[in-house]
Design a protein around this ligand. Structure first.
Ligand code: NBP
Length: 476
């Protein structure tokens, strides 16, 4: 019998996805550029289901039922284009090519348009959850045509993670929508991790707690509003001791954070769209700063290795204050990420259902969290919500955290412990809720040096002041 679906690219993600499909009873055709991986997959896991190994793409295509569904799981970028170029001449109108890699959404838009011209469906599908998710149920964010989702949706929903029996997979929107949403997911993941890291740093350096004690704190937090995969694994990492030296592992890991680029993409796209994603940007920059070893050393030499300055601001309930600051800052980071998805949806005509995005991130992916139920409820109540922050539930949560949040920010600044995530999140909140912003002065300056004009608060129109003349105002 022909295979139901195919996977080409059998490194860790592709082989786990193929196994997931096979375990769900699908006859899966499998292929890899170098045949050794295909052989290894079938030898090691052939008993898990019904695999159809193919040595060439021709063989792979020939083994499939029509319309064909072929998932590409290769290294993002050039390799994806190479596979598509080889595959397209072998396909027939109506066939579906699914890219499950971490593609940039602009590449996905380009590929979708090209394949559409050839009568093919191209589905850029964000897949989150790493190798574990690919095998046991990832969060899947497929873009592409509605018609392709009618064929593919049932299969993808079948292999996706489930929360309360609801699959973590939904048709996100046309062309690059799926990969865009996956990108923002990763950006939010950066912000979330940065806020967690700042919380740890404050508890450690201001609170004088040990990693083991802090692990315990995170374990406790994981049974409340902050319940999430990242908080859960923070307790695991902080509680782990290096078998070689016997010290907490976190103390022997080099403090230079790396990145693969999706956080940077998120910020670059936010700049293009004009959406302030300050939490994600601070997280990306914090990683970059950590990696600038030479500058850090020079600064330590110049200023003396800073220990913590005395501050009694946080003497009282540090742990609870930090918990509240973390929660409020996290709400800001998510609010910003959702703003970015809304802006892209308007820009590209994607008609994204933001509540559905929260739903499919509840399981399978790295930012899965209890909190996402609240986000879904907020958008269910009001799909046109101006900001997540103003939803009743989040407004109350942020308001009740506000005093603690300010104490943490002031305390961190006073102690000299960098907390860019907390500080910028609070500044964002304060800016949004300000009656007047000094942007009026910025406009005045722009008008002064560049005749860029300004609008007035009291009547319509554009105006310019004759700064170098008699300083009267003219209509612009
Ligand atoms: P890699 O990203 O390490 O890619 C290795 C695969 O790409 C191998 O199958 C390799 O074939 C194939 N490949 C390359 Br490289 N160049 C090729 C070419 N020119 N033509 C055909 N095949 C080529 O694999 P991965 O870590 O499994 O990730 C796969 C995708 O999933 C990536 O886009 C990744 O960003 C994404 N992703 C990964 C994770 C994760 O946790 N790792 C999570 C979510 C998404 P070969 O065996 O012949 O060299």
């Amino acid at each position: 019998a022909p295979a139901r679906i195919a996977v080409t690219g059998l490194a860790v993600m592709g082989s786990n996805l193929a196994r997931n499909l096979a375990r769900h009873g699908y006859r899966v055709a499998v292929h890899n550029r170098s045949n050794a991986r295909t052989k290894a997959l079938v030898e090691e896991h052939g008993h898990e289901g019904d695999f159809v190994p193919a040595e060439t793409l021709e063989e792979l295509v020939a083994s499939l039922q029509t319309p064909r569904q072929i998932i590409i799981m290769v290294k993002a970028g050039g390799p994806t284009d190479a596979v598509i170029d080889e595959l397209v001449p072998l396909l027939e109108p109506g066939d579906m090519v699914i890219d499950g890699g971490n593609a940039h959404y602009a590449d996905t838009r380009r590929r979708e348009a090209n394949l559409r011209d050839a009568g093919l469906h191209f589905v850029g599908a964000g897949i989150s959850g790493g190798e574990e998710g690919a095998l046991n149920g990832p969060s899947i964010m497929p873009g592409g045509s509605a018609e392709s989702y009618r064929h593919l949706g049932p299969v993808l929903e079948d292999i996706a993670a489930k929360v309360d029996d609801v699959p973590c997979c939904v048709h996100v929107g046309p062309d690059g929508a799926g990969h865009f949403v996956k990108m923002v997911h990763n950006g939010i993941e950066y912000a979330d991790m940065q806020l967690i890291a700042e919380s740890y740093d404050l508890l450690r350096r201001v609170g004088g707690m040990t990693p083991t004690e802090i692990a315990e704190v995170f374990r406790g937090w994981n049974s409340g509003d902050l319940e999430s995969y990242l908080v859960e694994i923070t307790a695991e990492v902080l509680g782990h001791f290096d078998p070689e030296t016997g010290v907490p592992l976190v103390d022997v890991i080099a403090d230079e954070a790396e990145q693969k680029g999706t956080g940077r993409w998120t910020v670059q796209e936010a700049l293009e769209l004009g959406v302030p994603v300050t939490g994600i940007a601070e997280a990306v920059f914090a990683r970059s700063l950590s990696g600038r070893a030479g500058q850090r050393e020079a600064a330590r030499d110049a200023f003396g290795a800073t220990d913590v300055f005395a501050s009694d601001r946080l003497a009282g309930g540090l742990v609870e204050d930090v918990r509240q600051a973390l929660y409020a800052s996290k709400v800001v980071a998510y609010a910003q990420g959702f703003d970015q998805m809304r802006a892209a949806s308007a820009e590209y005509g994607w008609d994204l259902d933001l509540g559905a995005m929260a739903t499919i991130w509840r399981g399978g992916c790295i930012i899965r969290a209890r909190f996402l139920d609240r986000i879904r409820e907020a958008y269910d109540k009001n799909p046109e919500l101006a900001s997540l922050l103003v939803d009743d539930y989040f407004r109350d949560a942020v308001k009740s955290a506000e005093a603690a949040w300010r104490r943490v920010v002031v305390g961190a600044v006073e102690a000299g412990v960098p907390a860019p995530g907390f500080v910028s999140a609070l500044a964002y909140y304060d800016a949004l809720r300000s009656e007047r912003l000094p942007a009026s002065l910025v406009q005045g300056l722009r008008d002064f040096f560049g005749a860029h004009t300004y609008r007035r608060t009291d009547r319509e129109g554009s105006f310019h002041t004759l700064w170098s003349g008699d300083r009267s105002q003219v209509d612009a």
